[in-house]
Structure formats: structure tokens, C-alpha cells
Write a protein that binds this ligand. Sequence first.
Ligand SMILES: Cc1ncc(COP(=O)(O)O)c(C=O)c1O
Length: 364
Amino acid sequence: MEDPFKYAHEKEDEIIWMSQNTNELETSPMINLKILEAVKKRMYTLYPYQQGLAGLKELLLRDLGIEEGFDALITNGGIEATYVLTRFMLNEGDNVIASDPSFMPIHHQVRLCGADIKEIYVYKEPYKMTVDEVNEAVDGNTKSILLIDPLNPLGSAYTREEVKGMCDIAEDNDLWMIDDITYRDFAYDHTLTTEFVPERSLLIYSFSKNCGFAGMRLGALIMPDGMSKELHRWRANPLSTNILAQVGAKTALETKSQWIDRMVKQSRKNQEIIKKAVDTIPDVFLPVYPSNTNMFVIDTSETGLDPEDIQEKLLMEHNVFVRAGNYVSAKAGQNFIRVSFTVPEPQVRVFAGVFPEVMEELRG
Ligand SMILES: Cc1ncc(COP(=O)(O)O)c(C=O)c1O
């Protein structure tokens, strides 16, 4: 299929979007109200304050429990935050240690700097990097460890001991810890690297997944105090971020205690529904369950089917958009499809109904 995104976007409202870990579950009605108020006031006529909407970064740091000693840049998505920090820390010949599968756009950003990304293959037990593997991968040119925790696409998460182990390596080898916490709110348990190496932690925060703001393009780069000027220099867009997104994000954080538990509960119920369907299909399994994110991968390797064919049939015949594994891993991608489940429950039930049928039909 030439471009599934073009196809899906053209049919946007008819599509069940389980392809990009976006989140359509209910959060707070206040978010829309506040954004609409801002539209009425035509707040969009002015450039926003470079440091972000008053109070936004303080709310963010409070949400993470790191109000003291840290600062934040409000960025155009978490993806601008990773862009900024790769530009800031990397030169030709340097390298960063990361997993494969992974969120590949960050690997691309590392390579844009002329640096290398040392990928540790994790499509095997325990489906995440081990402290020993990371330790072995470090060399004289290593600048950083990229810890995506919990991990897109597998849904695995690092224990407190493992996070500490990774931080010890960073400490011993004078490395930055890039702690990508995009899916933190979905995790059963989560430890920030700031607990162990506050002065060498750079956190990637996204409003796309927990708050359902993917289309708003808002995130943050969180850093030790005193670094914001230096990091700001590398902004792709130094003129701040969309003001309506910031108004919405501020409201989302202010109201978070009212909706986060309900939202995560629904996400977990949705993954259970899919698990039950997967369990009925011969030779198909979930490598990581339960997932600590709003997605997981479904391993289809033993069926011999091409994940691209599964993706295409689900999209063309059922309007269900999932992703073939090669989107998140060149090496392991032939083994799985990635499915995200923060869509309304009736849509999850559609997927759970059609997926076994599609697999049977494809197997002939
Ligand atoms: C691990 C990870 N980091 C960062 C991002 C970027 O998120 P955004 O730019 O939408 O905030 C994503 C998006 O899928 C992701 O999966």
C-alpha cells in the first residue's frame, strides 16, 4: 500500500485510529471550554511568551514531583525537545545508546548530528535493555543513554533498580540520561532518573498521549536549573508554541486529578479486551502483557504472515488503522503489528471482533 496515512486521513472520521498511540478517551470538558474562551478572546493574535503560558511549567514540574532544582522549556511536542537536546549534546563521531525497537524519529535526530545510535536489540526477553547490555555498549564516544520508559512500542517498563542501574552507568561514564517519559502516566509504576542523577537528567515530556493532545503539538524539555538558556539556543522554533495548545495543557494539568485514573482504567480495560481476542488466535501472542503504555505489539511471526498485509486488510476492509512493525524496528518489524488502544471501547470491540477474522482469512 503506497501511503496508508494519506488513505486514513482522507477517510479521517470513519477510521479507528489505533496506529499512533494517540488518545481519544475522555479527559476534562474544561479543556475545550478554556480553549474556546481563548479563541473568543483571539489570544492567537499575539506571540506567546517564550517561557510558556504563566504557570504552565510550574504545574508540569509539580505533576512530576520535581519542583525544586529543575526548569522546563515548553516545546512543539516532545519531538522538539529531543531535537533540542540532540543538537545540544552531540557532535560528529559521538554516540547514544538506545533500544531497537524504539521510537525511531529520535534515532534519526541523533544521526542528523553526525552521531551514531548504538541500538541494543530488545525484541527478546525481557523486551527492554538490561543494565549489563547498556554497560557493555558504552565506549569512549558515548554521550548519552536514551531511556524510553515505558517503551514504545513494547509497553515494557524499567524497575526502580534498573533505572538506578542505568543512572549509575551514566554517573560512572559522565553521560547524559535522556529520560523519555512520554508514556509515564500509563505505567503501573514509574521512577524518574532525576531521583538518582538529577544533574545529568534531561526529561522528555509529551502532552500527546496522557492528555490526548497529539494534534496540538505540545511537549516539554525538563532539565536541571541553569541550563535553559543554553538549551533554548537549539530550539527549532524559538518563537514559542501554539497558545491554544498551552491554554488546553494548563487546564489539563489543573484538572488532571479528576480524570487521569478513569482514563488509565479505561485504557487497561481496552487492552484486556484485545488480549482476550488475541488469545483465541493460533500462533499469535502478546510478548509484553499487561502493557505499561497505551499500546502493545501483537506477535504474528509464527503465522508467517506479512505485518504489512495485516495492516492493509484491517485498514482497507474494516477502517481499522494499526501499524506494521517495520515502522518501529527495521530488525524486528517483520514479527509484529503495533496496536494502540486509547480509543473508545466500542472501537476496541470492533478491532477485537475483526482481527481474528482477518488473520484467519489471510492464512487461507
Ligand atoms: C517515546 C516517544 N517519545 C516522544 C514522542 C513524541 O511525542 P510528541 O512530539 O507528540 O509530543 C513519541 C510519540 O509517539 C514517543 O512515542
